[in-house]
Design a binder for this molecule. Structure first.
Ligand code: RB5
Length: 142
């Protein structure tokens, strides 16, 4: 199950991402926001982070205007590794090296075409399980 959330800045792109997930038969849960009205990105970052930490969802997707505010908030939670990715190389590398559990994107930075490729890459790339990467991830939590 994928947890997805956005603020108003990411609302329209979130609709596109959800349609894409539906098309691919990937289960997701939408944690809001549910309208285009102005709102606060930390609210949705917290909801998605908690959905992952509780085990309800395995991974998350967070979208705001830049991807920055929403990822800064999510990364305050121990065990959350949210990566802002606006290219497929970063999306692949953050899964392989950082075992990132949240993909963050900025709807004012990328268009829907690229965003969907980034989502696809993020969701279909496994963690490398290399000793050195496991060791580095452990150090994040210390
Ligand atoms: C909202 O205007 C904007 O600040 C927000 O979506 C995000 O870009 C913050 O980092």
């Amino acid at each position: 199950m994928i947890a997805i959330g956005s603020d108003h800045g990411g609302f329209a792109l979130k609709q596109e991402v959800m349609a894409y997930l539906e098309d691919k038969g990937i289960e997701y849960k939408d944690y809001g926001t549910y309208t285009k009205d102005s709102c606060d990105y930390p609210v949705y970052a917290k909801k998605v982070a908690n959905a992952i930490l509780s085990g309800e969802c395995e991974k998350g997707i967070l979208i705001c205007g830049t991807g920055i505010g929403i990822s800064i908030t999510a990364n305050k939670f121990k065990g959350i590794r949210a990566a802002v990715c606006h290219d497929c190389f970063s999306a692949q590398a953050t899964r392989e090296h950082n075992d990132a559990n949240i993909l963050a994107m900025g709807a004012r930075v990328v268009g829907p075409g690229l965003a969907l490729k980034i989502v696809d890459t993020f969701l279909n790339t496994e963690f490398s399980n290399d000793e050195r990467h496991i060791n580095r991830i452990k150090q994040i939590e210390e």
